[in-house]
Write a protein that binds this ligand. Structure first.
Ligand SMILES: [Zn+2]
Length: 333
């Protein structure tokens, strides 16, 4: 019974903490959305990714590093209370959400493997200068250029796309894909997919997801535009050519992949407009933005280290956490 109650408390804590942190993330994005429209897309994408995955990560960490140890250290083992009906419902809901998150991750992985196996059957390896991952050309009726996979990504380019684009346009589109590769966007997509949390059902959470996808595309476009003087124009021209070849209503759906034009992505017109207005001399990040960029990169590590340090310095925190848990459980009866 001691273990059962502890397990239910852990699950209920994850759900409760996730509801609080998700609401906070949604509120922060609501306040920041307009203020960050002029930020460099890579910085905006980093902020959005942090906001998207932070609620799930923080709630899991707090539950595992604080609520569970507090229960194990402070709950008397001889007089364990039964699991109340309300606590049971909370923990079952939380368990379903966690299983769904794991299933989404595994499902994306197997769908990606199937797609890669399928495309590789008729693919031919190709050499692309400065590309660190394997690249293949393959027959397909749609103009596809995509990096598939998160751990061992591969670049696929369809024959249709190769026939359509000029060498300069092709170089620009590959530079866009390299932008996704450097930002590890495929790995981040898996992480976001696995965050099957309260944020996934809030409308503000879905708008955060959309904004993140848009920012990753804009950041990859900007990465390409930074490479050479004409690359922004070449990429804009490639986007127009490719968009014209995709039949109306047709979508290129990839389980875990970064395509040039894919699902959930911002309009081509908007991206073309941004690329044509792009000026390499004006688009450099300032020191404050670079500092924020580094902070957002390291803040999960800082967070865990700070929490561990806090718990080691003040062990009494755990008995306070247990008191709060006991109070919440008594309210659920
Ligand atoms: Zn892209």
């Amino acid at each position: 019974m001691f273990e059962m109650l502890g397990f239910c408390i852990l699950l209920a804590a994850v759900l409760t903490l996730n509801t609080i942190t998700s609401s906070l993330a949604a509120l922060i994005w609501h306040k920041l959305a307009r203020r960050t429209t002029n930020w460099p897309p890579a910085l905006r994408a980093r902020l959005l990714f942090t906001l998207r995955v932070a609620p799930a990560t923080i709630s899991l960490l707090l539950a595992l590093m604080m609520v569970l140890p507090a229960y194990l250290l402070n709950e008397p083992r001889n007089k364990v209370e039964p699991v109340s009906y309300q606590l049971g419902i909370l923990s079952v809901t939380s368990a379903i959400a966690l299983c769904l998150a794991a299933w989404r991750g595994l499902n994306a992985r197997s769908a990606t493997k199937r797609l890669v196996r399928n495309w590789l059957q008729s693919a031919t390896p190709i050499e692309i200068p400065d590309l660190t991952i394997p690249a293949f050309r393959f027959p397909h009726q749609l103009p596809i250029l995509a990096i598939i996979g998160s751990w061992r990504p591969k670049l696929f380019v369809s024959e249709r796309l190769l026939q359509t684009l000029s060498p300069a346009e092709l170089a620009a589109t590959i530079a866009h894909e390299k932008g996704h590769l450097i930002a590890k966007d495929n790995l981040k997509r898996v992480a976001v997919r696995m965050c099957c949390d309260v944020l996934s059902i809030l409308p503000s959470g879905r708008s955060l997801d959309r904004a993140w996808i848009e920012a990753t595309e804009a950041a990859a476009d900007e990465y390409a535009a930074h490479q050479t003087q004409n690359m922004a124009v070449e990429l804009a021209s490639a986007l127009i050519k490719i968009a014209r070849l995709i039949p109306a209503g047709e979508r290129i759906t990839l389980p875990v992949g970064a395509a040039l034009i894919g699902q959930d992505e911002p309009g081509v017109a908007f991206r073309v407009q941004a690329l044509l207005a792009f000026d390499r001399r004006l688009n450099t990040t300032c020191d404050a933005q670079n500092a924020l960029f580094s902070f957002l990169y390291w803040c999960p590590v800082f967070g865990v280290a700070l929490l561990a340090l806090l718990l080691l310095s003040y062990p009494a925190i755990l008995s306070n956490v247990h008191e709060i848990t006991e109070f919440v459980i008594s309210q659920l009866k």
